[in-house]
Design a protein around this ligand. Sequence first.
Ligand SMILES: Cc1cc2nc3c(=O)[nH]c(=O)nc-3n(C[C@H](O)[C@H](O)[C@H](O)COP(=O)(O)OP(=O)(O)OC[C@H]3O[C@@H](n4cnc5c(N)ncnc54)[C@H](O)[C@@H]3O)c2cc1C
Length: 413
Amino acid sequence: MRNNDVIVIGGGLAGLFAAAVAARQGRKVRVLAYGAGALNIGGGIIDVLGYGYDARPLSSPEAGLADLPPEHPYHKIGRTALADALAFFQDITVAEGYEYQGSLQEMQWLPTAAGTLKPTCLLPKTMNPAVLKQTDRVYVVGFDYLKDFYPQLVARNLQPYFKHQTFTADLCSLNFAEGRDVSSLDIARWLDTPEGQDSFLKQLKRKVEPGSAILIPPVLGTQPDYTLAGKLEAELKCRFVETAALPPAVTGLRLRTLLLNYLKKQGVIVVEKALVSGAMVDQGLCTAVMTENFDRQRTYQAKAYILANGGFYGGGLVAQPGRVIEPIFNIPVAAPEAQEDWSNAQLFSGEKQQFAQLGIQVDEAMRPLSADGSILLSNVHVAGKSLGGYDFCFEKSGNGVALASAYQAAISC
Ligand SMILES: Cc1cc2nc3c(=O)[nH]c(=O)nc-3n(C[C@H](O)[C@H](O)[C@H](O)COP(=O)(O)OP(=O)(O)OC[C@H]3O[C@@H](n4cnc5c(N)ncnc54)[C@H](O)[C@@H]3O)c2cc1C
């Protein structure tokens, strides 16, 4: 069996990116992945920091970094490693032919499927919100039977933000079975086919004037490349802007495909359906992890381990009455004793949720800490949503923390 330098637990964004960074460091890397995590349902765009600690919208993602409290992951990782992580991520997207654009210095306000604007940092080129301001006509195009995107609603809600553009809403027909429940992934698959592309083009040519921008849900193909967008834009002489995704997230799936393609070229082994059930630890050093499968238990050994198995929805943290458990290493996670203190009674109170900030505390090398601040496991590094100290929904920082912590964990191995 191949010796591993690094074993990564979890195949979400943090796990796949940590594997990419470790491979670039010349390490032999194996990923034990149980599903795609939040990449399946959201997550194709990289939010770094949209709102400051006082909940005010930031002028740029980096503008709020200095004010973050000591327990925030960015505080431990530091601005330099965050910038290096984003730069390496962008390098990978360029190498794989699906470049992400944006920077720490500029906030991108991306339209959502509800017609609001969401602050983010790095995006695929087909989601560039600046395109909307480079024209005076924006067509918001939805699809028959797609329940998650109402073009009239999107156009009406966005219009007040755009004084020099006229928004018009329209619908495209799909040749799908009558009454079928349709998702954006179905439409992206349809647009992967020549028949789908021809039908879409014919309909748009009748509706849209050259020089316009076309705002659509993220449906421009399932694959991480710009060939389809380029072809449609050349035929229509228009530019497309895809909105932020609703689940199932085509943009998240494109990013997952991109990262898996990259990892394969770097010689990283990704073991799918590998549910890590426990670990062997000897005097603060992890010596092996075990996976449980329908046939048998397997043991994997490495010099270092990156724990990137997500938060509550990923399975990296488990909530039980009055306590939170990290199920593989049994790392302690502090939580308020009274469960009613885990959340605000008012969901939209404008304040962070306590439960969202629960998670593992780490040092600067992302190693897990005990309640008294001592290092619990010297060769285990934590990345992604199982970290405590931030509420990604509130501050819009989910994938930024995933990338930065994965980078820091991998270079610290
Ligand atoms: C609906 C939704 C939309 C979002 N949209 C955005 C967005 O637009 N922009 C943004 O920046 N952020 C967004 N986020 C947040 C962002 O997706 C997360 O912060 C980020 O993906 C966390 O990545 P992760 O790899 O840490 O965790 P996850 O994506 O949860 O991945 C963890 C992985 O580990 C696996 N795992 C768990 N236990 C084990 C085990 N024992 N053995 C092996 N594997 C295991 C899980 O199955 C999962 O595949 C969104 C989140 C959600 C839920």
